[in-house]
Design a protein. Structure first.
Length: 1013
C-alpha cells in the first residue's frame, strides 16, 4: 500500500508537469482520501519548491509535506491537528503534533515524533525485503487526558509507557508498563501487560497488584497451527469476597470462528454458547444463558450501570447478527410470569402475569407494591405502541383496581390513556399528550366519594432549552386548586398555589381559602397561609425544617366555622416545629370559659400540652387545670413500631377546699390483638377496664370497681358515703353497639346493671335496707327490710319505667304513727318534712332508740318521659298510717305538680300538702283536709278550749278546729274537720276515742300499698 502511495505521488508530479495541474491535484486528493478513508483537500501545491499543504478530515487538521528529493524520495512531514484524522489505523482522538522524515529508494524508511495526550512517541517504520519493522515507543501517556478526549466513561488516572516491536516475519512484542494507575477509586500498582508472538504461538498476559484484588491469573493463548485459542481471567475481589472468572475457548478456519465464553462473578453466571462468526459476512450467532444470583453482591457493576439491584434473575436468549442487523430473542420466568422480548430493528415485548412485588424487590423499591399484570408493546422506527393491564395494584395499604394504560404514537406525538379506580377516587379518563418531547398536556376526570361531582384536572407543561413550566387546575363544585405557574430552571423551582374549598366539602361554615408558595433550590421550601379562623395560620417548610403556628386563635370562631355548638370561648396558641426526623408541638390556652348552657358547667380551665414526635414514637406531657381538676407531671407515650400506648397521668380532683389525688394508668397494645387496660388508682382502690381487647370496630373488656372506704371520696362528691363498694362485669362495644352487664353484692342480695344498645336495665333483688342505709350514713337507721325492683330506660327515646318495692323496714329515730296520734302534730303538720325524713336520700337517725317506725310497704313506681318524671305509684304504709305522693317533676328538679297526702283506709286524703319550686329546695303551697279519722284520745287542747263541746253543736267544733289549724299552719283558714252532716249537732266524740265523720270522697291513691289493719 505504501509503494502505491509513493508511485502515485511521483506519477502525479510527472503528469502535472506534462499535462494539467488541476488534474494532478484531483488524482492526488483521491489517492490520499482512499488511503486514509477520510476526505483530503489540497490547500496549496508549489511545483518549484515541492511544498504541499493539505487538510485531512477537517480544515483544522493541517499536513505539510516538503519534498527535498524526488529520487531517491526524501521528504519532511509535519502534522498538527486531531489524530482522529487517521482513524483507519486507530480509534483514538486527541490534539497532536507530528514531525518526521520519509525516505524511499529500495525500501521505505519513516522516522517520526508524535506529541499527544501528554506523551512523547517515537515511531520508526522500515521496509525490508522479507519483513516490515514497526518500532513504537510511547513515554508517559496520560490516562486522564485519554479519558477526557475520547469521552470514555471509565474514570482513569495515571501514566503508562508503551513499547511496540512488530515484525511481519519474525517474533514480535507489544508491552505496556506503569507504576501506578487508578480506575474509578481502585488503585493498581506495578502493571505489566505483554503480547508476544513466538513462531506460531501468540501469548498475552497481565500482571498487577491491588489492595482489594487478589490476582490469580490473566492470560490468552493462540496457536496458528491448530487454529485454536483459549484464555482466562481469574481474580478475587477481597472487599466483596467475590470470585471473578472468565473463560474463553474456541477455534477457527478460513471462514468461521467458533467459541464459547463463560463468565462468573460471585454466584452469578453468564454462559455464551455456540458462538459462530463468519469471517466473510460478519454474520454472528450465539445462545446465551443468564443466571444472575444475589445481585446485591455486584457493587462494581451496580456503580457502572447506575442501578442498585438485589435478588435473582434468570433468562435465556438467542442472538443473531446478519446483514448489519441485530436480532435478539429473550425469555424469562423470573418475574413471576412469562416475559418475552424480541429485538429486530426495534423492540417487541409481551408479558403475562408478571409479579410487581418481584420487580420492586429486584430494584430495591422499599415501598410495598403488589400486583399481577400483563403488558405488551413495540417500539420501532420511532413508533411506540404499549399496553399494560392489572386488576389490582396494592401500594402499601392503598388499593388501585382495574388499571388500564395504553400508549401509541411517535416520540414527537405520543398519546397516553389511563383508567383506574381506588377506594377514594376513580380515574375515569386521563389523557396525556406529549409533543416533540417538549410539550405535554394532561386532561383527567376523577370521581370521589368525598366530592359531589367529578373533578376535572387540566395540566399544561413545556420543557424548552432546559426550562420547564407547568400550569395546573383541578376543580369541581366543591373546590378549586390552582398552580398558575410553576417554573423549573437550572435546578431551581418556584411556584405559587391557591386552594378554595366550599362548605359542602369541608363541613365548615364558610368557604376556606388557602394561599401558598413552594420553591426548590438545593432544598424544598413551602409555605401556606389562611385567615379562616380569624387569625393567620402559617405553615413553613425549608430544607428539612417544618414550622406550623398560630397565635390568639379564638375558640368560639373555630367552633362556629366547624358548625359546633359554642361549648367554650377563649384564645388558643399552637406551634409545631422541627424537621422530618423529629417534630415538637405545643398547644396552650391560659383561659377557656365553658358555656354553661351547652355544657352544664360554669367553669374556666387552662391547658398546656407539649410533646414531640419522631418516626419511632410520640411523647405528650399534658397539663390541664381548673377549679375541679388538675394534671401535672404526667406522660403519654406511644411507639409506632410496637404500637403500644402508655399513660401515666397524676390527677388531682378538687372540691372547694378538699382534694383527692388519683393516677390514670393505662397500657394499650394496638399491634396484634389490640389489648390492654385503663385504670384510675387511689391507694389500693381502683376503677377501670381490664382484659381490654380491641378488634376492628369491636371493644371487649371487663370493668372492675373496688373501693375499700367510700368516705374518702365524700368530700369531693359532696355526698356522705360510707363502707366499701365493689362491682364488676363485662363492658363491650360490638357492631357499633354497647353491651354492658355489671353486678354487685355490696348492698346485699343481688344488683345487676345491663345495657344492650339503647336499652338500659337495672334489676334489684333482695337488697338489704341495712346495707343501703349504711351506704349513706354510718350506723344508719334502717335495721331490717329488703328492697326489690327494676329500672328500664331507652337512651334513644329517653323513656322508661322505675318500679321499686321495699317491705318490713324498721327505721330508728322517728315514730310517724305516734306523731299522727297526737292532734297537735296534725294541726301543725309539715307532711313534706316528715316524708323527707323518711324517704329522702339519707335516712334520719337520732339517739332516741325508743322512736321506731315500722314501714310495712314502700312502693316507688315512676314513668320516665323525655321531659318529665311522672309518678305512677309512690306510697308507704306503717303499722297504723299510709302516705302517698302524686307528682310530675322535670329532670332538673323543677316541680310541675307535687302533692303529698296522708290517707285513710279508702285511699282518701286526710291531709294534703302541695309543693312548688325545685325539689332541692321546695316551697309549701297549702294544707287541706277533706275527711279526718283520728285514732286515739282527742287532744287535750281541744277539750280545754271547748269543754262543753261534748254535747255541743258541730259548728262550735268546726270553729275551734279552724282556729287551732290557722294558728298552727298560718295558711288555710278554711279547714273542715267535719262535713255538713255533722254540723247538725251530732255528738262527734264517742267515749273520747273516735271522731267519726260520715260522707264520701274522691280517692287520692289506689295503688299497691294497702292500708294498715
Amino acid at each position: 500500500m505504501k509503494k502505491i502511495f509513493v508511485y502515485t505521488f511521483i506519477f502525479s508530479l510527472v503528469v502535472f508537469a506534462i499535462f494539467l495541474k488541476p488534474l494532478s491535484i484531483y488524482l492526488l486528493e483521491n489517492s490520499l482520501s482512499s488511503l486514509l478513508e477520510t476526505p483530503v483537500k489540497t490547500i496549496s501545491f508549489n511545483l518549484w519548491s515541492l511544498d504541499l499543504y493539505a487538510s485531512i478530515k477537517d480544515e483544522k487538521n493541517i499536513a505539510h509535506v516538503k519534498i527535498n528529493s524526488l529520487y531517491p524520495l526524501k521528504a519532511d512531514v509535519t502534522y498538527e491537528g486531531n489524530i482522529d484524522a487517521f482513524k483507519v489505523y486507530h480509534p483514538l482522538k486527541a490534539p497532536s503534533k507530528l514531525s518526521g522524515k520519509v525516505y524511499y529508494k529500495d525500501h521505505l524508511d519513516i522516522n517520526a515524533e508524535l506529541f499527544t495526550m501528554g506523551a512523547k512517541t517515537r515511531v520508526k517504520v522500515i521496509e525490508k525485503p522479507d519483513d516490515w519493522l514497526v518500532d513504537v515507543n510511547v513515554s508517559t501517556l496520560d490516562l486522564h487526558t485519554l479519558q477526557i478526549e475520547n469521552n470514555i466513561s471509565i474514570d482513569m488516572q495515571g501514566k503508562v509507557d508503551i513499547l511496540v516491536d512488530f515484525h511481519t516475519d519474525k517474533d514480535s512484542l507489544i508491552e505496556l508498563r506503569s507504576k501506578h494507575i487508578r480506575i474509578y477509586e481502585q488503585d493498581y500498582h506495578d502493571i505489566h501487560f505483554q503480547v508476544k508472538k513466538v513462531e506460531e504461538h501468540i501469548q498475552a498476559f497481565t500482571l498487577f497488584t491491588a489492595p482489594n484484588i487478589e490476582y490469580k491469573g490473566i492470560w490468552f493463548n493462540y496457536d496458528e497451527k491448530t487454529k485454536q485459542f483459549d484464555g482466562k481471567i481469574n481474580l478475587r475481589l477481597k472487599t466483596a469476597h467475590n470470585d471473578m472468572l472468565m473463560q474463553l475457548k474456541g477455534e477457527h478456519n478460513s471462514t468461521k470462528i467458533r467459541a464459547n465464553i463463560f463468565a462468573k462473578i460471585a454466584v452469578s453466571e453468564i454462559n455464551i454458547k455456540d458462538i459462530v462468526y463468519d469471517l466473510n459476512t460478519s454474520e454472528t450467532s450465539a445462545n446465551i444463558d443468564i443466571k444472575l444470583k444475589e445481585m446485591q453482591r455486584h457493587t462494581a457493576i451496580a456503580r457502572e450501570v447506575g442501578l442498585s439491584l438485589q435478588g435473582n434473575f434468570d433468562a435465556q436468549a438467542k442472538l443473531l447478527y446478519k446483514n448489519k442487523n441485530l436480532e435478539l430473542d429473550l425469555q424469562s420466568q423470573s418475574l413471576g410470569g412469562n416475559l418475552s422480548l424480541r429485538y429486530d430493528k426495534g423492540i417487541k415485548w409481551k408479558a403475562e402475569s408478571l409479579l410487581l412485588k418481584k420487580i420492586a424487590y429486584i430494584f430495591k423499591i422499599e415501598q410495598k407494591l403488589e400486583a399481577r399484570f400483563d403488558t405488551s408493546g413495540s417500539f420501532k422506527s420511532d413508533k411506540l405502541t404499549a399496553h399494560l393491564q392489572t386488576h389490582l395494584l396494592n401500594i402499601d395499604k392503598t388499593k388501585i383496581k382495574d388499571i388500564n394504560l395504553s400508549a401509541h404514537g411517535s416520540l414527537k406525538n405520543l398519546s397516553i390513556q389511563v383508567k383506574a379506580s381506588t377506594d377514594y377516587a376513580d380515574l375515569q379518563d386521563a389523557r396525556l399528550h406529549i409533543k416533540d418531547l417538549k410539550y405535554a398536556d394532561l386532561r383527567a376526570k376523577l370521581t370521589t366519594p368525598y366530592t359531589h361531582d367529578s373533578i376535572l384536572v387540566d395540566v399544561n407543561s413545556s420543557y424548552i432549552d432546559s426550562v420547564a413550566e407547568l400550569k395546573l387546575e383541578a376543580s369541581s363544585k366543591d373546590f378549586i386548586f390552582e398552580i398558575p405557574r410553576l417554573r423549573y430552571e437550572k435546578s431551581k423551582l418556584n411556584a405559587k398555589y391557591k386552594l378554595k374549598v366550599q362548605p359542602q366539602l369541608s363541613s365548615l361554615k364558610d368557604v376556606l381559602n388557602l394561599d401558598g408558595k413552594f420553591s426548590y433550590d438545593k432544598s424544598l421550601s413551602l409555605s401556606a397561609y389562611t385567615k379562616y379562623f380569624g387569625k393567620k395560620i402559617t405553615l413553613k417548610i425549608k430544607d428539612e425544617k417544618i414550622k406550623l403556628y398560630a397565635r390568639n386563635l379564638r375558640l368560639e370562631n373555630i367552633l362556629i366555622q366547624l358548625n359546633q355548638a359554642p361549648y367554650a370561648k377563649g384564645k388558643i396558641d399552637f406551634e409545631v416545629y422541627g424537621n422530618t426526623e423529629k417534630l415538637n408541638f405545643s398547644f396552650e390556652s391560659k383561659k377557656l370559659s365553658l358555656n354553661k348552657k351547652e355544657t352544664g358547667l360554669d367553669e374556666n380551665l387552662s391547658f398546656n400540652i407539649n410533646g414531640n414526635i419522631n418516626k419511632k414514637e410520640v411523647y405528650i406531657w399534658p397539663q390541664v387545670t381548673n377549679r375541679n381538676i388538675k394534671t401535672s407531671k404526667g406522660l403519654v407515650f406511644f411507639t409506632f413500631e410496637d404500637k403500644k400506648l402508655n399513660v401515666k397521668l397524676p390527677l388531682e380532683l378538687m372540691q372547694k377546699k378538699n382534694s383527692l389525688k388519683l393516677v390514670l394508668d393505662s397500657k394499650l397494645d394496638f399491634k396484634n390483638e389490640r389489648k390492654g387496660h385503663i385504670h384510675f388508682l387511689h391507694g389500693n382502690d381502683s376503677i377501670g377496664l381490664s382484659s381490654l381487647v380491641y378488634d376492628k370496630n369491636d371493644l371487649r373488656s371487663n370493668l372492675r370497681l373496688s373501693i375499700n372506704d367510700l368516705s374518702v371520696y365524700s368530700p369531693i362528691l359532696e355526698q356522705e358515703l360510707y363502707g366499701s363498694f365493689h362491682m364488676r362485669g363485662p363492658v363491650n362495644y360490638i357492631n357499633k353497639k354497647p353491651y354492658i352487664n355489671l353486678t354487685t353484692q355490696s348492698l346485699g342480695g343481688h344488683s345487676n346493671i345491663t345495657l344492650k344498645d339503647k336499652d338500659l336495665q337495672v334489676k334489684l333483688r333482695e337488697l338489704l335496707a341495712t346495707k343501703i342505709g349504711a351506704l349513706f350514713k354510718e350506723n344508719a337507721s334502717p335495721q331490717t327490710g329488703t328492697l326489690n325492683g327494676y329500672i328500664k330506660y331507652n337512651l334513644e327515646k329517653k323513656t322508661g319505667d322505675v318500679e321499686l318495692s321495699a317491705h318490713d323496714l324498721k327505721i330508728m329515730g322517728i315514730d310517724i304513727d305516734k306523731s299522727l296520734k297526737e292532734m297537735q302534730d296534725i294541726l301543725g303538720l309539715n307532711i313534706f318534712a316528715m316524708g323527707n325524713r323518711l324517704i329522702s336520700n339519707r335516712f334520719s337517725h337520732t339517739d332516741d332508740t325508743s322512736l321506731v317506725t315500722n314501714v310495712r310497704h314502700l312502693e316507688l313506681d315512676l314513668e320516665l318521659t323525655p321531659d318529665l318524671i311522672i309518678s305512677k305509684d309512690i306510697a308507704l304504709s306503717t303499722e297504723y298510717s299510709r302516705f302517698a305522693i302524686d307528682m310530675d317533676l322535670k329532670y332538673n328538679g323543677d316541680i310541675k305538680d307535687f302533692e303529698v297526702a296522708i290517707l285513710d283506709h279508702q285511699g282518701c286524703a286526710i291531709l294534703t300538702q302541695k309543693l312548688k319550686g325545685n325539689i332541692k329546695d321546695p316551697e309549701l303551697v297549702n294544707t287541706k283536709g277533706t275527711a279526718v279519722v283520728i285514732l286515739g284520745q282527742a287532744p287535750k287542747e281541744i277539750l280545754k278550749t271547748g269543754g262543753r263541746l261534748v254535747n255541743a253543736s258541730a259548728e262550735l267544733i268546726d270553729s275551734a278546729a279552724s282556729f287551732v289549724w290557722k294558728k298552727g299552719l298560718r295558711q288555710d283558714s278554711n279547714v273542715t274537720l267535719v262535713d255538713d252532716s255533722l254540723k247538725k249537732g251530732a255528738n262527734i266524740f264517742s267515749s273520747g276515742k273516735e271522731m267519726i265523720v260520715k260522707g264520701k270522697c274522691d280517692a287520692f291513691y289506689t295503688g299497691k300499698v294497702k292500708h294498715p289493719r
